[in-house]
Design a protein around this ligand. Structure first.
Ligand code: ZN
Ligand code: MN
Length: 141
């Protein structure tokens, strides 16, 4: 869904949308960087100097509750946010913290797990940890 479709859908559910909230949504839809709330704040503040961190968090929570974004939490590190709400996988660099998409569909696994265990699977999360190509190169120098 693009920003306009999401805005329309939320409006039909009575969610109020300000230009700031729209800027947060648009940034998440366009970036592949999986930014933290702080990074989203810095980005949106460049255009809307009056925006508060509270607005960022409220908007992220609202978009998450309506299923339009994903929150990727990493224990004690701060969460990262993803404008692609479809289940997909991530590569996490243990050195620079970069989070990259890995878009190959492995969803057949849910059915397999369900079949083999009798568990009613609603979702799953899969991440690969290691070193990104840039960090591997640095390690060699
Ligand atoms: Zn790296
Ligand atoms: Mn992603």
């Amino acid at each position: 869904m693009d920003a306009i479709a999401i805005l329309r859908e939320l409006k039909s559910r009575g969610v109020r949308f300000t230009p700031q909230r729209q800027a947060i949504l648009e940034f998440l839809l366009e970036t592949k960087a999986h930014p933290t709330a702080e990074e989203i704040f810095q980005h949106v503040r460049a255009k809307f100097p009056g925006v508060s961190l509270g607005t960022i968090y409220n908007t992220l929570n609202m978009l998450k509750e309506h299923g339009h974004i994903l929150e990727l939490s990493y224990g004690d590190m701060s969460s990262r946010f993803d404008g692609n709400a479809k289940n997909h996988y991530h590569l996490v660099c243990l050195k620079c913290g970069r989070v990259l998409d890995y878009d190959r569909p492995l969803l057949a696994l849910e059915e397999e797990v369900g079949r083999e265990t009798g568990f009613q699977v609603m979702s799953h999360r899969l991440e690969f940890y290691g070193l990104c190509p840039d960090c591997q190169e640095q390690a060699l120098n």
